[in-house]
Design a binder for this molecule. Sequence first.
Ligand code: M6R
Length: 361
Amino acid sequence: EKSGYDHYMLKEIHEQPASLNQTIHGRFDPTDESITLDDFEPGEFSDISRVEFVACGTSYHAALYGCHLLGQRGIPAYAHRAGEYASNPMPVDDETLVIGVTQSGETADTLESLRRLEDTPARTLALTNVIGSTAARETDDVLYIRAGPEIGVAATKTFSSQVTALALLSERLHRDITGEPSAHSSGLLQSLGALPEQIESILDSDPTAELTRKYQGMDAHFFIGRGIAHPVALEGALKFKEITYEHAEGFAAGQLKHGPLALVTPNTVVIAVFTGDHDEKTLNNVREVQARGASVIGIAPEDATEVAATVDDLIPIPSSTPELNGLLANVQLQLLSYHFANRLERSIDKPRNLAKSVTVE
Ligand code: M6R
């Protein structure tokens, strides 16, 4: 049931404070900074030296986010698009952990990628929402994201839960491998506890509806970001094209000048994501597109004064750690896409040509 919301997507966006509480419930204690990931014993991952992700769509973006969380903890990590990996698997060894990120646990490309690892020494883990799903049954280990059922074809609350679970898993891997918490540990755990309330405050203010009027009828919508803001920008663009049917692309901010800048005109809107890391460089990219006549909507922590002074419109987020600001920015992007699609009267919960679970390769 939609519980009074016009669409499941909006309901699921609003469920995020509760679903994130479920994801983190009992899994860490901010006072002594312990992390208890279900029945994984401490030291369980001490032999792992490298993580490879296989995933599709939104789950691939969560995996890319996970690569940053692991990389910042000194753990090499790489995310593969499962549709490619299933045809071209990479060499693995007994120190490789391959994580299949899949909300449904039934995506054919992801399952096929994991199956390609069956006769290899790699350890496989499913990060999934669905208990007893094929991915959960076929992998060595499973970590549930506990987001609750998601009906809308557009993945929203499950992305937030995937990233949150990956943040805890990354910190846990660092501890198992090195024997001690990472430098990011206390900041991460304190901020994770505050996240549900911060999302609540975004949902209460929801400033994006207004912008849909100002920016309707543009030719193209480019989403840019650097570092953790890069997967967030890719996810923003995917959500936008999926439910509005308008042209949208996500780019690494620094990549614009290597080609896409040729597309920028005064009829382009650029949505730039800021997390508090690398903001200066992304602001240079913002100025580059403004010089070509494009308007820029910035999504940034509320204390980012230079961003506020530079962009044409600002969508603020409450300030967390740079690691988690990307999650908060993504909630604003979900709302932005939703309001655009709603204004265009699209079939938001069941976009044309798409299915919730893609069970063919
Ligand atoms: O169930 P999965 O997480 O494996 O699904 C992967 C993609 O098909 C999915 O995330 C898709 O991109 C969403 N519809 C995006 O909103």
